[in-house]
Design a binder for this molecule. Structure first.
Ligand code: 5GP
Length: 119
């Protein structure tokens, strides 16, 4: 977005269709596609189209409440559409949590028994 001075990421290339992706869902505000390196039978990434400074969840402010709520509700709808009764929603924030792309993304994981706690 215009309020975002952070370097662009590979997700901008995906949103611009310069890099192909396996689209699962799209609306005016967000885009969902299958992870290129899935860690579960269903592994979908859900991202805001406008990053608006959300390089990760750690950068969230009150200004982001609407998009964050939309992403959560959309994640639940995607899981249902994928036939997942049980699923996990993950967002890694920062290198200590193994975040590798600096554009907020929710991992929707399911299709197998998931263990807890994570590593
Ligand atoms: P993070 O590690 O930041 O939580 O998650 C980034 C995710 O993006 C990883 O699971 C990685 O596999 C995925 N990813 C990175 N590059 C691409 C790509 O070009 N296409 C797709 N579909 N997924 C990608």
């Amino acid at each position: 977005g215009t309020r975002d001075e952070h370097p662009r990421t590979i997700f901008d290339e995906i949103l611009a269709r310069r890099i192909p992706s396996d689209k699962v869902y799209e609306d005016d505000l967000c885009y969902a596609f299958r992870d290129i390196n899935p860690v579960a039978p269903t592994h979908i990434l859900l991202i805001p189209k406008q990053r608006d400074g959300l390089i990760g969840l750690g950068a969230a402010t009150a200004e982001h409440e609407a998009i964050l709520g939309h992403l959560m509700v959309t994640a639940a709808a995607i899981a249902k559409k994928e036939g997942l009764n049980d699923f996990r929603l993950v967002t890694n924030s920062g290198p200590g949590a193994c975040q590798s792309v600096s554009h907020l993304h929710l991992h929707i994981l399911g299709g197998r028994q998931l263990s807890w706690p994570p590593g």
